[in-house]
Design a binder for this molecule. Structure first.
Ligand SMILES: Cc1cc2nc3c(=O)[nH]c(=O)nc-3n(C[C@H](O)[C@H](O)[C@H](O)COP(=O)(O)OP(=O)(O)OC[C@H]3O[C@@H](n4cnc5c(N)ncnc54)[C@H](O)[C@@H]3O)c2cc1C
Length: 366
């Protein structure tokens, strides 16, 4: 089988890896549009803490986190042993006991039977500040030991490299689609490319090419601005992810890098700009939560367009009426958690295999 994968964010990279693993001849083409979500993503993998209650979303979100440890083992066996993934634990923060109890009531049932979530326990204010020294006073926490962070760029390139080692060709270019008989044909920078299946993992840009086939999915870009700070000379490599009770968060990586995110701007389209309001929002949040960061260096603010699906659910599978077309999209704000699993399942569907996870709730409506 010959497969063209359109888009090499975390979704396409994972699909390409599984396709190549199965022996398909794979060509991956990525335009690297400004605002590619995988290059901007924070990297939190802790679905159990979300306030989102939609059961189908939660099922997939948590399955995405459960998929990681096995995937990392596979990649390590293939000689790729650092994806920047670390179980640093997540602290779900609360200002008072009622907040802590509400978090417990939400989280404890979700971690039952999980192989990945690990122990969940209360942490005192003093312990929370010892784990994350710049944290403001007055927070108690619930610690989810198996909460992790991952270097999004690294894991996506690791998946692509694993695909490449199995013979996949990775190209930079822009793909266009057109109808050909009962299927679709892919053109890379204007030149037709032969393919038995076309896998469109084009993130927030998907409708630009699906539109050429008269199709559309319910996905729109949601801009995220996310600040990266550096605390010189501080070992931040084991600091936990901080999850206060809102949509903002903070996490740390090696070499003093602390990341504070993020705006969630629907309606901003593909406007690839740092805005005054966006910068103010993330930096004010960061210094309110962790005043100890006031003298940190502001290294950069990244911008990404999340592929936000109206239903919140990922979309994975074939497109009815177009024989060889498969679409993966809708990872929204949780794509670094769900992407590796979603890519595997999409590839299985394209290969005609029965997927490891029931995809009935995640069909593509295009
Ligand atoms: C600020 C921010 C923070 C986030 N934090 C987290 C987090 O902590 N945890 C988490 O789980 N998730 C997080 N996410 C979500 C996650 O990053 C995304 O859901 C995920 O990266 C989406 O991956 P994707 O592969 O679908 O799309 P993308 O990474 O956007 O990749 C799509 C690719 O397709 C290419 N493409 C599009 N059209 C074409 C074409 N015609 N031809 C060729 N190439 C094309 C684009 O150029 C792009 O490179 C965050 C996102 C943002 C923006």
């Amino acid at each position: 089988m010959r497969a063209v994968v359109v888009g090499a964010g975390i979704f396409g990279a994972s699909a390409a890896y599984t396709l190549a693993q199965a022996g398909a001849e794979v060509v991956v083409v990525d335009r690297e549009h400004e605002g590619k979500a995988t290059l901007a993503g924070a990297g939190i993998v802790c679905p159990w803490a979300t306030k989102q209650e939609e059961p189908r979303f939660l099922r997939f979100y948590t399955a995405g986190a459960e998929f990681y440890p096995g995937l990392l083992e596979e990649l390590a066996e293939a000689g790729i042993d650092d994806c920047g993934y670390r179980r640093v634990g997540c602290l779900v923060l609360a200002r008072d006991t009622a907040g802590l109890e509400a978090a417990e009531a939400r989280i404890l049932p979700r971690v039952q039977g999980s192989r990945t979530a690990g122990e969940v326990r209360r942490v005192s204010e003093a312990d929370a500040r010892e784990m994350f020294p710049p944290l403001a006073e007055g927070y108690q926490a619930l610690r989810i030991a198996g909460g992790a962070r991952v270097e999004a760029r690294t894991v996506a390139s690791a998946l692509l490299e694993a695909a490449w080692r199995r013979g996949a060709e990775v190209r930079r270019g822009l793909v266009d689609l057109r109808l050909a008989g009962s299927g679709a044909e892919a053109l890379v920078d204007g030149t037709p490319v032969e393919a038995d299946v076309i896998v469109v993992t084009a993130g927030a840009w998907a409708n630009a090419i699906l539109g050429k086939l008269g199709r559309e999915i319910a996905v729109a870009p949601q801009r995220g601005q996310i600040a990266h700070l550096r605390l010189e000379g501080t070992d931040t490599s084991r600091w936990p992810v901080l999850l206060p009770q809102g949509s903002h968060y903070m996490l740390a990586f090696d070499a003093g890098r602390v990341v504070a995110g993020a705006t969630r701007e629907s309606g901003a389209g593909f406007d690839y700009r740092l805005t005054a309001a966006g910068q103010a929002e993330v930096l004010n949040f960061a210094l309110g939560l962790a005043p100890g960061l006031a003298s940190a260096t502001h290294i950069e603010t990244r911008i990404g367009f999340r592929p936000h699906s109206e239903s919140l659910l990922p979309m994975i599978g074939g497109v009815s009426g177009i024989d060889n077309l498969f679409v993966g999209n809708g990872l929204g704000a949780g794509g670094l958690t769900m992407g590796p699993l979603a890519g595997r399942l999409l590839a299985q569907a394209a290969l005609g295999q029965s997927p490891d996870f029931d995809l009935a709730d995640y069909a593509v409506a295009a």
